[in-house]
Design a protein around this ligand. Structure first.
Ligand code: 5GP
Ligand code: MN
Length: 335
């Protein structure tokens, strides 16, 4: 993977460009994709954002989201666009299999691939150019840095600003995680100077739940949570019938895992959700417990030091039993 500044000259030659991110894109994946989209179209590029899967309804207010193609829904159309791409930007993921069914088409594409990402241990040899910085708050912050470093800061318009703010805000837990550096605040200060209305964005993201989601949260906290005080750990497990009962949609379970860490003394929170085709884990920690390594070693996953995800083909009961069996080996680290 070559340094990103070697890529900058290519910005000036209009090309077919695809931007993609990880499956079930979150605020950072969608925000960085759309932020980059609104930047690149100003050079006359023909740009398409392709999401590997659907996304949460609370992202549907974002500028340009109506033009995003869902690969699972429009596979044929998306494939044609990938085939014609000269440059593919891969944002907010470190390894191609995070794009689910797009893994093969992306691996097969022989065009220029550019990585911009902040996850640990990226597969750098899969990309032509790129930036991988694991200490960055978000991919949105990295796209902002990319724009500034390319010498085109003047192209940060309202749509770029709204999109990039979304990911920096969601990935920092509304500016509270340790990844919230001075550079994050300087970026936000710049976006505010350009006229960004930040409270509208918070409201669009956080004040748009349906009643069922709130009732589901209450149900899960009451009936699906276990606190393992001897390991300073809390777990939550959601059956597929729970998702059906409360009509839970993509994105509605986001943030649930953070409740676990809000309990006094809890250093490790884990939630597993039965998604039918797989059991999906989310791991969060406070302090020096490394959930990236934990997810990699035991649940085919990865992510960041304090926030990671994983998966299992086992039943919900079996994967929970595996988790509980492993936990005692981490007793010392969790004290
Ligand atoms: P979440 O728990 O919110 O789904 O994910 C937490 C972090 O871990 C995110 O940065 C996400 O991109 C990453 N992540 C989630 N699931 C996986 C996975 O299965 N593999 C890898 N490598 N990263 C994951
Ligand atoms: Mn991210």
């Amino acid at each position: 993977m070559e340094a990103i500044d070697r890529f900058f000259p290519l910005l000036n030659t209009p090309s077919n460009i695809v931007i993609t991110s990880h499956q079930k894109p979150d605020g950072d994946a969608m925000g960085s994709s759309l932020g980059l989209y609104h930047f690149l179209i100003q050079f006359g590029h023909n740009v398409t954002v392709i999401s590997p899967t659907n996304w949460a309804d609370f992202l549907n207010w974002m500028p340009g989201v109506d033009k995003v193609i869902n690969y699972e829904q429009f596979k044929h159309k998306a494939q044609t666009i990938i085939d014609e791409a000269v440059i593919i930007f891969c944002l907010d993921f470190n390894i191609l299999h995070r794009t689910k069914h797009m893994e093969k088409p992306l691996a097969a594409a022989t065009c220029i691939k550019v990585l911009i990402d902040h996850h640990q241990q990226p597969a750098e040899d899969e990309f032509t150019y790129g930036i991988s910085l694991t200490n960055k708050s978000s991919t949105c912050e990295m796209v902002y840095d990319f724009i500034v470093a390319s010498g085109h800061k003047d192209k940060i318009n309202t749509d770029v600003a709204k999109s990039l703010y979304t990911g920096v805000m969601t990935d920092t837990g509304s500016f509270r995680f340790p990844s919230t550096t001075a550079s994050v605040h300087l970026m936000v200060a710049h976006l505010k100077e350009l006229g960004l209305q930040h409270s509208e964005i918070h409201s669009n993201i956080f004040d748009s739940s349906l009643e069922g989601r709130l009732r589901f949260t209450g149900f899960a906290l009451l009936n699906r949570m276990e606190v393992l005080y001897e390991y300073n750990t809390a777990i939550m497990y959601i059956f597929s019938q729970d998702l059906k009962r409360f009509d839970i949609k993509t994105g509605d379970t986001e943030g649930l895992v953070n409740y676990l860490l809000s309990m006094q003394g809890i250093k490790f929170g884990a939630i597993v959700i039965d998604r039918d085709e797989e059991r999906k884990w989310s791991f969060r920690s406070k302090g020096d417990f490394d959930v990236n390594t934990f997810a990699r070693l035991h649940f085919e996953g990865g992510g960041h030091f304090n926030a990671a995800g994983g998966r299992s083909d086992d039943s919900l009961d079996d994967t929970l039993a595996t988790f509980k069996k492993i936990l005692p080996t981490y007793e010392q680290q969790l004290h």
